[in-house]
Design a protein around this ligand. Sequence first.
Ligand SMILES: NC(=O)c1ccc[n+]([C@@H]2O[C@H](COP(=O)([O-])OP(=O)(O)OC[C@H]3O[C@@H](n4cnc5c(N)ncnc54)[C@H](O)[C@@H]3O)[C@@H](O)[C@H]2O)c1
Length: 277
Amino acid sequence: MQGFAGKVAVVTGAGSGIGQALAVELARSGASIAISDVDTDGLSVTEQRLKEIGANVKADRLDVTEREAFLLYADEVRNHFGKVNQIYNNAGIAFTGDVEVSQFKDIERVMDVDFWGVVNGTKAFLPHLIESGDGHVINVSSVFGLFSVPGQAAYNAAKFAVRGFTEALRQEMAVGGKPVKVTTVHPGGIRTAIARNASAVEGLDAEELAKVFDKRLAKTSPEEAARVIMDGVRRNKARVLIGNDARILDVLVRITGPHYARLFSGVTSKLMPSSTH
Ligand SMILES: NC(=O)c1ccc[n+]([C@@H]2O[C@H](COP(=O)([O-])OP(=O)(O)OC[C@H]3O[C@@H](n4cnc5c(N)ncnc54)[C@H](O)[C@@H]3O)[C@@H](O)[C@H]2O)c1
């Protein structure tokens, strides 16, 4: 894809799924890439693929919840490549459980990775993106950042928060005349390991939930997701929706306003079994 050659891009959660596909597609488009993940095996696979493409790659173990490490990492990446143009705050986890029976620690964990991980990455890299004169922050939310469903309160909260944070940042950069573009990404169901890696409250079978997700909901490939994200970045879109499911659900939520839950209740009760009974 055009517009990425010579750019330096950072991708978190690059050891699997959308992050891995993004790193590969960015490498094919001529970008230099800093990849990171907590899953060092997955990260090595991505690193190898990027090297085969001939990309200039820096691979590091990084937990996005570790703020101090993230700040140091941002400086390291800047010094290694001489500049940083783009950060894709992509790392994320999923959890299923009704509020009534979820533990505080489960909800906090999702917020730590899915929201604070994005805040840490954005804040750590923002000075370098501004310095580059041509920066872009790309934060991965979800369709679950557009509407809520039962059993996903923690994930919904984190993904709504990412959306609010990112949409405010976009306006701040524009108002302040800062050379940083900002994009929020809302994927629908993407065929990745997210559901298989997900946890759930006691009493719910996380493996069974993953099977339902993989079979019925994950319609878009991570490669296609990566291309849609990069096209949105190239065109400086404020919001990128991935997949027909995301586009249709977005329209339905806009049309129905606060009544969208009624529209979804039949569907969500089948897909998101309640964990309170
Ligand atoms: N797959 C979907 O259907 C879907 C839909 C909407 C949004 N998303 C979002 O897309 C993003 C990518 O997810 P994916 O579907 O590719 O899942 P994935 O599980 O395939 O990849 C996520 C990666 O993030 C890494 N990760 C998890 N916790 C981390 C941490 N604390 N620090 C660093 N890395 C960490 C994992 O090791 C994994 O490699 C996530 O933010 C997810 O919420 C996915």
